[in-house]
Design a protein around this ligand. Structure first.
Ligand SMILES: [Zn+2]
Ligand SMILES: [Zn+2]
Length: 364
């Protein structure tokens, strides 16, 4: 049994196999079947091509045509709708890493609708599934299927049968009990039309006489596609390029770059190790706009019961399973590793000596 398997066995709950109640199926047993051929959903491919063409034209307009206020407006819109995803869909609804008062929850739901990344219910289900079955065939964006697949390819492919099957087992009872979330789910198309399209596009037209044409391509297409790519890098770059100071046996990594533009969601090795920590990082609000926002909301009693991993727990975990790149605890891991190597060398030499001794004794 590999270390990864042991690691995942410890962390992940087992599920009872329905056909054989005595047999347990562990998430890590699923793995990745590299021979599986994905079916492309051409309707979605076409949709993404249209979105990207619109975004490129919006970028051109942003440099040439639009009123100057439209540019900071689009940036602010990307930032605040991004918080609907990070503080809302991710840290509040998916992980329950803090609690939020109703007004803040409604604001987050509206911002998440403006971000246009599917309704809260589906976003959360996919994300919980991503954590439970990380980087296996039951993970909707299994990074073992390559960079493009986990970045955006998964949204243009038919789901793997295991994604469908295991998706039904994700506990969504908390969201099902939330009438606001279920209202958004029921009326998502209408709400998307109002909050992701009409309101963002008409705002610059009404307040600083931007043309409807310019606003359509910048406030909708450019703004929407930019945030999509920012969000997707958490699933792609932060599962590919970086260090693993907290758990070297999992795929997610620490990515400063993704943390900078992703509102603090790039500290992904930490996040997958302590998913219930509201900071999604060890460093509090450092390069973590979402933690800063939750802290501010906590000051106004709009956020409460903020869950955090205690420093001692982080230290223990880092020393036990980290890859030795942690600034404070890494050196001791390296020292241990070196000692282990020295010990191994010693025992190897001893073994060799004993072997030689035995051989010479046998030769007499
Ligand atoms: Zn992840
Ligand atoms: Zn997460």
């Amino acid at each position: 049994m590999s270390t990864t398997t042991v690691q995942q066995l410890i962390k992940m709950p087992a599920e009872v196999d329905e056909n054989n109640p005595k047999k347990f199926v562990f998430p890590c047993d699923i793995g990745t079947d590299y021979t599986f051929k994905r079916d492309i959903v051409w309707k979605n491919v076409f949709g993404f091509i249209v979105l990207h063409l619109g975004a490129f034209y919006g970028l051109y307009l942003a440099f040439t045509e639009v009123k100057w206020l439209t540019v900071p407006y689009v940036w602010i819109l990307i930032f605040i709708t991004g918080e609907g995803v990070t503080a809302g869909a991710h840290r509040l609804y998916s992980h329950k890493s803090y609690k939020a008062a109703l007004p803040f929850r409604i604001i987050l739901l509206i911002l998440q609708t403006m971000a246009g990344q599917n309704c809260m219910y589906i976003w959360v289900r996919d994300h919980r599934q991503h954590h439970k079955y990380s980087d296996t065939d039951a993970d909707p964006h299994n990074s073992n299927r390559g960079f493009f697949f986990c970045h955006m390819g998964w949204l243009m492919s038919k789901k793997h049968p295991l994604v469908k099957e295991k998706g039904k087992t994700i506990d969504m009872s908390d969201l099902e009990a939330d009438p606001w979330v279920m209202f958004q789910k029921k009326h998502y198309k209408t709400l998307y039309f109002i909050f992701a399209l009409i309101i963002p596009v008409y705002f610059p037209v009404l307040f600083w006489n931007e043309t409807l044409w310019n606003s359509f391509f910048t406030s909708y297409f450019l703004r929407y596609v930019t945030l999509l790519h920012i969000t997707w890098t958490v699933n792609s770059i932060a599962h590919f390029y970086g260090t693993k100071p907290f758990d070297k046996n999992i795929v997610p990594v620490e990515s400063k770059l993704v943390a900078i533009w992703g509102g603090g969601e790039g500290w992904h090795n930490y996040h997958h190790t302590f998913p219930w920590d509201y900071k999604a990082s060890e460093f509090g609000a450092y390069l973590n706009a979402t933690t800063a926002l939750i802290d501010i909301m906590a000051y106004f009693d709009m956020a409460y019961d903020l869950k955090e991993a205690p420093a001692s727990m982080v230290e223990k975990r880092s020393k036990r399973t980290g890859d030795g790149t942690h600034k404070a605890y890494g050196s001791s891991i390296k020292r241990n590793n070196n000692e282990n190597v020295e010990n191994a060398k010693d025992s190897a030499l001893n073994g060799e000596f004993v072997q030689n001794y035995r051989t010479s004794m046998a030769r007499g």
